[in-house]
Design a binder for this molecule. Sequence first.
Ligand SMILES: *[C@@H]1O[C@H](CO)[C@@H](O)[C@H](O)[C@H]1NC(C)=O
Ligand SMILES: *[C@@H]1O[C@H](CO)[C@@H](O)[C@H](O)[C@H]1NC(C)=O
Ligand SMILES: *[C@@H]1O[C@H](CO)[C@@H](O)[C@H](O)[C@H]1NC(C)=O
Ligand SMILES: *[C@@H]1O[C@H](CO)[C@@H](O)[C@H](O)[C@H]1NC(C)=O
Ligand SMILES: *[C@@H]1O[C@H](CO)[C@@H](O)[C@H](O)[C@H]1NC(C)=O
Ligand SMILES: *[C@@H]1O[C@H](CO)[C@@H](O)[C@H](O)[C@H]1NC(C)=O
Ligand SMILES: *[C@@H]1O[C@H](CO)[C@@H](O)[C@H](O)[C@H]1NC(C)=O
Length: 437
Amino acid sequence: MEQIQFLFIFSFTIICLSSPIIRAIPSDPRRLVLNLTHRDSIHSAYHNRSEDFTTRLKRTMQIRRTLSTTDIEADLVPSNSLFLVNFSIGQPPIPQLAIMDTGSSLLWVQCQPCRRCSNQYSPIYDSRSSSTYKVLPCTSEDCISSKRPNTSCTSSDPCSYRQKYRRGVGSKGNLAKEQLSFRTSDDGLIVLHDVIFGCGSNNGDLQRSNRLMSGVFGLGYLRTSLATRLAKFSYCIGGNVSDPSYIYNKLVLGDGAGVEGDSTRLEVIDGDYHVLLEGISVGEEKPPINPNIFRRTGRDSGVVIDSGSVSTWMVKEGYDALFNKVQSLLNPWLTQSSIQLDPDLDLVAVCYNGTINQDLEGFPTVTFHFVGEAELVLDTSSLFAQIEPDRFCLAVLPIDGNQTIIGLMAQQNYNVAYDINEKKLSFLRIDCQLLED
Ligand SMILES: *[C@@H]1O[C@H](CO)[C@@H](O)[C@H](O)[C@H]1NC(C)=O
Ligand SMILES: *[C@@H]1O[C@H](CO)[C@@H](O)[C@H](O)[C@H]1NC(C)=O
Ligand SMILES: *[C@@H]1O[C@H](CO)[C@@H](O)[C@H](O)[C@H]1NC(C)=O
Ligand SMILES: *[C@@H]1O[C@H](CO)[C@@H](O)[C@H](O)[C@H]1NC(C)=O
Ligand SMILES: *[C@@H]1O[C@H](CO)[C@@H](O)[C@H](O)[C@H]1NC(C)=O
Ligand SMILES: *[C@@H]1O[C@H](CO)[C@@H](O)[C@H](O)[C@H]1NC(C)=O
Ligand SMILES: *[C@@H]1O[C@H](CO)[C@@H](O)[C@H](O)[C@H]1NC(C)=O
């Protein structure tokens, strides 16, 4: 009897002692929390000293990835994206500054031997001098599921890729495996082994040589992509997106992603992250919007949540209803003075004379309601952008076609978490500065 009791206590102790160790086994238990670098911050190689604030904000408001992604041919304007991820590749580690993009799936860097590369933004990694570089044969499972099958290749061929973005920009080279190391925001170091990446030997504008890129940190979904391997990621963009001096913008990769707050169903369609938007309210009122305009009815429709767009781009009928409501609240008091964001695209933003801080006191919040409990509440600094000292503009723009894109301004001051396996997107309203490292 005594012995049995002893055994029981003994085994109980083992379980207690061993469970934390067991939990630590799967991988490094520390969280992979990264500081994001703002493209226009003075620490960023993309910073353009001669660009004034208004020009920059006009450019920023237009940032939008375009529709239609069929894995390897994602269609966006990466050189105009807003946030950069700082990491190192290979052994010895070579630091890289790559564009964060949930709209494409490939992570690529400039790679020697190189036909078109530039060290303007990051040093160029050389696969030949890295001890952790691994070739991905053309016939390997990972190569085949990373791209359209290339029937004419043999196991001695490398796994070639060609990533195209909008306006002739892209990257060509070979897919391979490498080790990535990340300096976490609390100054730790986390290493991910054997990450499939594009070793890009011909990068930037593939027609003209004047536009260069240092690399893209694709967070889109594809069987072999990093996001799929990590299953979860989250980001928190705070302050206001046009403020390059705000230092608390964060990206969390993997299990440490803060999947908290109310959630809604997340669906990956053609590599895009889709959500179901049920309606929009302005204060207590709901402008008359038929929720069917946000439904998915075929290709390039529905509502996409995006980190590569800044403004929110809304289908015409939804935009008109929202705009009419805003106008009825502001027109009696403020002068409307719209501006052309891009003459080539005939893109006009609705603006008002005044300042967000002084003239919009008491303006109601605008709420995007999603299926489930999740919502995004936009206060005036998420809905409007102060483009000039005495003029601010609506950061919701009309889009041709049937697809609504929720941009980063609407996601400001939220921790946005993508749980790919659970098909859940969560929003937690928070001051990004308060997020734990
Ligand atoms: C990127 O990280 C490296 C080392 O971790 C650091 O020296 C460098 O300043 C960082 N670059 C930016 C733009 O934050
Ligand atoms: C920097 O900004 C100036 C002024 O807007 C513009 O003319 C120039 O083309 C920009 N340079 C780059 C490299 O984008
Ligand atoms: C297919 O593989 C062969 C052999 O590596 C290569 O020459 C050809 O360019 C590849 N085609 C495509 C479309 O990648
Ligand atoms: C990340 O940002 C925080 C806040 O500015 C700073 O204290 C920390 O040193 C940064 N970490 C790295 C690795 O840059
Ligand atoms: C956003 O940031 C910019 C740049 O720091 C600043 O000038 C502007 O006042 C801020 N806007 C709001 C609404 O806080
Ligand atoms: C509105 O602002 C624009 C640009 O600052 C200015 O040219 C215009 O005169 C202003 N209109 C009024 C009525 O104040
Ligand atoms: C938008 O949807 C309507 C109705 O489903 C369809 O007729 C139209 O072709 C679509 N427009 C685009 C640009 O796909």
